[in-house]
Each structure stands twice: as C-alpha cells, then as structure tokens.
Design a protein around this ligand. Sequence first.
Ligand code: GDP
Ligand code: ZN
Length: 306
Amino acid sequence: MNGKIIKIYGRHYNVLAGGRVFDCSLRGAIRRDERMKRFSDPAAVGDKVEFDILDDGSGLITSICDRRNMFSRKDSSSRKEDVIAANIDRIVVIQCYGEPRLNPRFVDRILVRGMKESVETLLFINKSDLADDFTRGYIQRYYALSGLRIIEVSALDGSGIDDVRELLGNGISVFTGYSGVGKSSILNSVYPGLELRTTDVSESTGKGRHTTTNVQLVMRDEGCGVIDTPGMREFGLMDIEPEDLQDFFPEFAKLRGRCRFSECTHDHEPQCEVKDHVERGDIDEDRYISYLNILNSLKEYRARRY
Ligand code: GDP
Ligand code: ZN
C-alpha cells in the first residue's frame, strides 16, 4: 500500500492511506541503510511510503519515496540531522504580540532555512488583539526590504483567520514558533472540529529542545494540511557557508558585487555597500545585526571543523 506519514512517536509511524490510519513500524534494512545514517530518524512526517499490512493489522514500512524537499534541523552540538517535515509547500513562522516576546532573530534563521530549501516562507503575527503601534512599526521596518509577507491574525477575536484559511488553502504547510504563540489556537480556528490541545504560556516554558516526536500532520483533505511542530527553539544553519549567507538576505543579495571586495561578507571589510546602507538607514540595523549574529555562528562552526 501507499501512504503518508502523519505522526511519529518513538519508533511508531502513523501512516494515512485511503482515509485510514495504520500504526506502522520501519523495516530494519531502512534504518541500517548507509544513506540514512546522517538522519536521527530515516522517516519524517510528510514522507510518502510504501508499506505492507501484517496479520495483526499493523503495518511495516518497506520503502520511503524520494523527498521533494525537507525542513530539518542540525545544530553544532548534535551529530545527526533531525528532519522535522518532508515534502512541504510552505513554512509559516508564527510569532505574536504580548507573550512570548517577538523574536525576529528566530524568524530570520527560519527564513534562511526556507530560502535554502526554496520553500515559500511566511510570517504570521498572532494576538493582534494585543498589538501596539511601537512593536508593529518596528517589525514592519525590520522586514521592509526583505520581501517577507507578514500576516496579522488573532485566534482570539478571529481577525485575519479567513486570510489564513485561504493562504493555507492548498498544499502542506509547516507551522513553527515557540510554544505559547498560539499555533494550536490558530489551527483550531482555521479548522474547527480538530480539537487540538492548547497550552498555557506558563506551562510551556519548561519544554526541552528535542520535541520532534510530537510533530504531526493535520490533514484537512487530500493534499492540504498543516504540520504542527511544537515549541522549537533552535535552528542550526550549519550546512551554509559564511560567504553564502548573504544570498538568503534578499536586501543584501541585491547589493552583491558593489562592495570593494568581491568576497565581502559585510562584516569587518572596508568600503562595504551593505554597511553604508545600514549607516544611511536604508537597511534596518537590527536586521543587519541578526545577519552578523548568524554569520559569526557559521564562522565559528567552520573554525572548529578544521
Ligand atoms: P501554542 O503553544 O503555540 O500551540 O499556543 P496555544 O494555542 O496553546 O496558545 C497559547 C496561549 O495564548 C493560550 O493561553 C491562548 O489562549 C493564548 N492565545 C492564543 N491566541 C491568542 C490571541 O489571538 N490573542 C490572545 N490575546 N491570546 C491568544
Ligand atoms: Zn560588503
């Protein structure tokens, strides 16, 4: 049979096929496959798989189809790559007014990740019922030249929910953001009847980093669904070379070739066009600092590798 993995817990894989969900395990040979060694788990939510139905009604996954793309995480401390979701059509970063506080540096890392995978990435700012002009102005300036599409929404009073439903109208979307921003609340208002659990902000703060086992795909119908990734805090971008980081900041990439040094990383180099733009206020300074922050982590990682 052919199906799609919609949920993983431990070594169990829930596979959706023909409207039914099968509890499957993974054939040992797939786990031992050399090409799978770089991943913490060879299978991911969103994977298309082939499986056999066993006598007891459970399933055995016999092969995983090639992926169109993947949304994965690898930080400098972990040896293996966690694939959070496979075969996705868009990434939605969710932030909010109020608490937990808006964190554009987290958004920037995911934007880089999405651009690297050539997957459309959007920003939802939830809790617009708590919006203040200062924060709104700040974030608009921050992303003014980035090309990022920002959608304000409130799961509480329903504003923006129709836009969200339309934006998620086809394909598979990944929801990512700290716990407490309102991912479950938005999903519940967009797809009423799914009855997803919501958590209090206070309850969620103690969560660890390795929560990918809780990732699940909520399908609205064939070909349309949302993969909810609870409470992720860190995103490694260790597969990107420092010199290439600028390609994933569109407002910098536009200035490529205009600095004095052709290899300019827009850091300490003299006569840098990007820095000139920052000084003139044409590029937001905090966005630039966020770039430097990622750049330094990539440079440090490279220094440790050699
Ligand atoms: P998740 O951890 O990202 O899934 O967040 P939840 O959906 O569990 O929501 C976290 C908290 O934020 C809950 O206490 C919600 O009631 C609250 N919340 C969610 N959406 C909104 C909103 O639009 N406005 C306000 N004021 N609170 C919200
Ligand atoms: Zn430069």
